[in-house]
Design a protein around this ligand. Structure first.
Ligand SMILES: [Zn+2]
Length: 469
């Protein structure tokens, strides 16, 4: 089922033209479509196209540049995914790049396979005596996810939450998170700082980051990741076959990041003019963004939410995705506005009017204080990632080129508005990696580990500065 796909950049003179492509073409734009400015003063949109889609688009006189063959040999599972178990069932702990004397030049080896991700977490628990937990809902194939806790001593002392491994094909996300935690624990135990390329953090920084209390769940979607690593099929969803159409392999699975309870019923909540784009969400099981039969229909989605409920003082959340090179902040359903509190996702009088961007209609309400806090944190994270010295990253509002329904960072930030007794959570999505480059080469994988670790460090420092409660 491995399918050749081309990572491309689609060019247009205006954002509106790109938005129209997203609205009308059933292409794979990754987690969500992003527009970037080009050196010639135009705009570009990354996508992953089949040869047929590429040929069709070229016929329309659209400029399409090929960035890479998305599944070339040096990106294959055989070349980049670890075999066996380098952590020996938890007898050995992983160690990140920031704590090593040879630093970023150390060869981490391959991307972890599913077994290694769990062994790595157990290895951290054994070496550093941290607590772990199992999420309560088993996946379709019977997996139960393992998470970890650092820096706190009771459930109320955890204020920062990271998840990874949601979209199966976004290789290296779990590794980024595990190596970051491994570096923190090593530096704490040995009284050192951490260095990522040109960016260094002191031991005092390490202790301050740990003092925020961090919950980490590195592999939200084990079934999907296992399948993707076996097939090189650029698999995105989980493997739940409940809605599958016989004979259509692509109709297996639900997009976890469209399954959260935030404006999930997109036909009701969004403007009909934007609702047919699969980028928003889809009720067709064959689409990459199939949103399930109901909000929270999927065990993986409920597991992410269970952590919020179990550690009720979480205030800062990052869902780790790829591949774009940005840090996204609320909201993802429409443009932000701070003037009219009645224009909000809970108000049914705006149903059918949301999601049209760049015009003076419905926009999602956010206070200036909250917007300032999340923009400050996102900017600090991308600045830290840039300071490593590898490449550029940008902070952006999640809605960007097109609205999304049912995504994690909006769910996180909506919780306290749906239920005022819950803690306010600032939700973010980090998209590491180059645009639509879901399968990094080994060298790119290593750079992603370095860049994201610096970003996570700065995220926790920003959280501590802005406020944990
Ligand atoms: Zn993703």
């Amino acid at each position: 089922m491995a399918s050749k796909r081309l990572a491309v950049s689609i060019h247009a003179g205006s954002i509106e033209e790109l938005r129209e492509i997203v609205r009308t073409r059933p292409y794979d734009f990754g987690c969500r479509p992003r527009a970037t400015s080009t050196a010639e003063g135009g705009h570009a949109l990354a996508a992953l196209l089949t040869q047929k889609q590429y040929d069709e688009l070229k016929k329309d006189d659209t400029r399409v540049d090929i960035l890479s063959d998305g599944v070339s040999d040096d990106r294959s599972a055989q070349e980049t995914i670890g075999s066996g178990d380098r952590f020996h069932g938890g007898q050995r702990a992983p160690r990140g790049l920031g704590s090593r004397p040879d630093g970023v030049n150390h060869d981490l080896g391959g991307i972890m396979n599913v077994g290694e991700i769990n062994s790595a977490i157990k290895g951290l628990a054994r070496e550093y005596h941290i607590s772990t937990f199992c999420v309560p809902n088993k996946t379709y194939e019977g997996s139960s996810g393992l998470g970890g806790l650092v820096g706190g001593s009771c459930n109320d002392e955890y204020h920062v939450y990271f998840t990874a491994g949601v979209h199966a094909r976004e290789r290296g996300g779990p590794d980024n998170l595990i190596y970051f935690i491994a570096d923190l624990l090593y530096a704490q135990k040995h009284g050192t700082g951490l260095t990522y390329g040109a960016r260094s953090f002191s031991n005092a920084d390490v202790l301050r980051v740990l003092s925020t209390g961090i919950v980490f769940l590195p592999l939200v979607n084990p079934d999907g990741v296992r399948f993707d690593q076996q097939t090189d099929s650029l698999w995105r969803k989980n493997r739940n076959p409940a809605s599958a159409i016989p004979g259509d392999d692509f109709s297996i699975g639900v997009d976890i990041n469209r399954n959260y309870n935030f404006l999930w019923d997109f036909r009701l909540h969004f403007d009909p003019s934007i609702a047919n784009s699969i980028s928003l969400a889809s009720e067709d099981p064959s689409d990459e963004t199939f949103h399930g039969t109901t909000a929270f229909s999927e065990p993986e989605t409920r597991n992410v939410a269970w952590v919020f409920d179990t550690y009720p003082r979480i205030r800062w959340y990052v869902d780790i995705h790829s591949a774009a090179g940005d840090m996204l902040y609320s909201w993802g359903d429409d443009d932000d506005q701070g003037a009219d509190p009645t224009q909000n996702f809970l108000n049914p009088s705006w149903d059918g009017k949301r999601g049209v961007l760049g015009v003076n209609d419905y926009k999602e309400w956010i206070t200036q204080t909250d917007l300032g806090n999340i923009q400050t944190a996102a900017s600090r994270v991308t600045s830290a990632m840039v300071s490593v010295g590898g490449r550029s990253y940008t902070p952006e509002q999640a809605v960007g080129l097109y609205a999304t329904s049912g995504s994690s960072e909006d769910y996180a930030f909506s919780r306290f508005q749906v239920n005022p007794s819950l803690n306010k959570v600032y939700g973010f999505t980090m998209e590491f990696g180059h645009p639509t480059n879901f399968y990094p080469t080994k060298i790119e994988f290593q750079q992603n580990v370095i860049d994201t670790a610096a970003g996570f460090m700065e995220f926790c420092l920003a959280a501590a500065d802005i406020g944990l409660v």
